[in-house]
Write a protein that binds this ligand. Sequence first.
Ligand SMILES: Cc1cc2nc3c(=O)[nH]c(=O)nc-3n(C[C@H](O)[C@H](O)[C@H](O)COP(=O)(O)O)c2cc1C
Ligand code: SF4
Ligand code: SF4
Length: 271
Amino acid sequence: MPVNAVKLVYFSPTHTTQRIVESIAQGMDIRPLSSLDLTLPPGANQTLEVDRDTLAIIGVPVYGGRLPVVAVQRLQWVLGDGGPAVIVVVYGNRAYEDALLELKDMALARGFVPMAGAAFIGEHSYSTTAMPIAPGRPDAEDIARAMAFGQQVRARLLQTSMVNLPPLDVPGHFPYKERRPAPASPPTPTTIADLCTLCGRCAAVCPTAAITVSETVITKATACIACCACTRACPTGARVMEDPRIRQTATWLYENHSARKEPEIFFGDRG
Ligand SMILES: Cc1cc2nc3c(=O)[nH]c(=O)nc-3n(C[C@H](O)[C@H](O)[C@H](O)COP(=O)(O)O)c2cc1C
Ligand code: SF4
Ligand code: SF4
């Protein structure tokens, strides 16, 4: 199958998904390689068409066993032309449930032909030093696995024509797991004023533009998706996720989902 270029398409507030899709592309070693980072809010409505000779690697983290709503909305900007796609979800060592199936369906609906899929593990957004959940992942082993997956995809592309691509089957159920309704007061990070230098870094990395920095840091709770991009990016440790509901979830994850899980990969023939 002729593939002349690779396009990475990802949503990745804490960069684990980004690292995985970049490593898959590195293993694939097809140039030119370009990226569409859907993490930050758009300056304007945008559409991106991916031509049929380009392989798309589409990466999204798992939120509540599904794709994050904002990522689903932003994937609507991307339009394939019947070309191949590799679909990848990254989850925090609990479970990916219906997210990979949802991404497969989404890729099909956007005009791609999903030819391979994977579920990788990334450090959980709610992991802390005191309560580590998949700390440091993706680690060297995960990166090596992602690169090897890239090489396998490349080999498949060389062996198969588009018409002969076996349909991809991935775990998951439809109807997908129901999303939990948003609470009246959503959990949101807070700012320790004494540590804050008002540098604005948190606002710059927020995927939903929920933060305004002026004389203090103001967070619009209804816009916050609790992704922890701001707490990870804050250079002084002033931005913290201390909402008791999140800390309770983190404790539960630490106690019940600390055993290491391994990446899974899927090809059309289960190869
Ligand atoms: C709101 C929210 C919900 C999450 N839900 C799940 C989940 O259902 N299963 C899981 O294993 N990890 C879950 N995670 C953890 C992320 O999937 C994981 O940390 C991932 O590596 C984040 O990707 P990113 O670094 O690209 O942002 C959740 C994280 C957040 C912020
Ligand atoms: S990144 Fe940290 S120090 Fe900078 S404005 Fe935000 S909370 Fe304050
Ligand atoms: S304010 Fe909420 S949505 Fe914005 S970066 Fe922080 S946790 Fe993510």
